[in-house]
Structures are given as C-alpha cells and as structure tokens.
Design a binder for this molecule. Structure first.
Ligand code: OFO
Length: 178
C-alpha cells in the first residue's frame, strides 16, 4: 500500500516516461525521413525502452494496490533542426527524467516508504546509464562535427552504439537478467 501522494507522483512519472517514448518515436520517424538509418534504429530502441520504463511503474502501482493512470497523449515535435539538436533534446529530456526520479526518491524517504524506495533504485541506475550514453553521443558529434558531410559518419557511429546495446541486451537476456 502506498500513499495517495506517492500514487500521484508515480502516475506523473508514468506520464514523463510515456512522453519520452513518443518523443523518441517521433525522432525515429524524422531520422527515417532524413535517411539516418542508424539513428532511426537507435531511436526506435530508445522508444521501446521508455515504454518498458512506463509499464514497470504501471505494474508497480497496481501491485501496491494503487490506480495506475494512462496519461493523455501529448504530441511531441515532428521535426528537428539537426542530428545534433535532436540528440541534445534527448539529453535534456533524460536530465529532466533524472531530476524527477530524484524527487520521487526523496519523497519515498520522507514518507518512510521503503518499498517504493527499493523499487526506484532500478531507475536511479538506469538514469545514470542513459545520461552517460547520451553524453558520449554528444561528445562524438562534437568530434565529428555536424555539417552535411559529417551526418553519414555520425549515423554510422550511432549504428555501432545501437549494435553494442543490442548485443548487451541479448547477453543480459541469456544470463536471465531484466
Ligand atoms: Fe525512462 O527515461 Fe530515459 O531512460
């Protein structure tokens, strides 16, 4: 059983994760229109991950006898100025998600809600990884540059990251991990 306040804050987090899933799906679609196939595949993967993040909270709320709420659909941007601007937006959004998770953690502490605190630990780790990943992409873009001639190379780099992520996930699944 969680407090009504905690239920409301967790439902807000569902909204944020759901928006991230739609935002990254919209980015995937834009990448496809720009011929950035590696980046499109990467964004599709990110979008799926965010949906999984949303569902994890959804099931948790139900498990602790709360009411998980499906949020209203907010349309994300359809176009982006450049690959660099798009990845910057991803990084900014992830930082916003991290700040929101941190607030949830502090609320769980204040309420002595150790079950939720324990549940949130997975998100704390996930956000650290996500931010590091996005920072490394931004660093690569800075190194390569984001002029029209550089786009091909940026996309290849993103494709490599995508392949590495897929391999890590497969290895994790084989090892019986989450
Ligand atoms: Fe779930 O917000 Fe990104 O990782």
């Amino acid at each position: 059983m969680i407090s009504k306040e905690m239920e409301a804050t967790l439902n807000k987090q569902i909204e944020l994760e759901c928006y991230a899933s739609f935002l990254y799906l919209s980015m995937a679609s834009w990448c496809e229109t720009e011929g950035l196939e590696g980046s499109a595949a990467f964004m599709h993967r990110q979008s799926e991950e965010e949906r999984a993040h949303m569902l994890r909270i959804f099931h948790y709320i139900s498990e602790v006898d709360g009411h998980a709420i499906v949020p209203a659909v907010k349309q994300p941007p359809l176009k982006f100025d450049s690959a660099r601007a798009m990845f910057q937006e991803v990084y900014d959004h992830e930082q916003k998600v991290t700040a929101s998770i941190n607030k949830l953690v502090s609320q769980a502490y204040k309420e002595d809600d150790y079950t939720t605190l324990n549940f949130l630990q997975w998100y704390v780790d996930e956000q650290r990884e996500e931010e590091a990943l996005m920072r490394s992409i931004m660093d690569k873009i800075k190194l390569i540059g984001d002029g029209p001639q550089s786009l091909y190379y940026i996309d290849k780099e993103i494709d490599k990251i995508n392949a590495a992520e897929a391999a890590a996930e497969a290895a994790n699944a084989d090892a019986g991990g989450a």
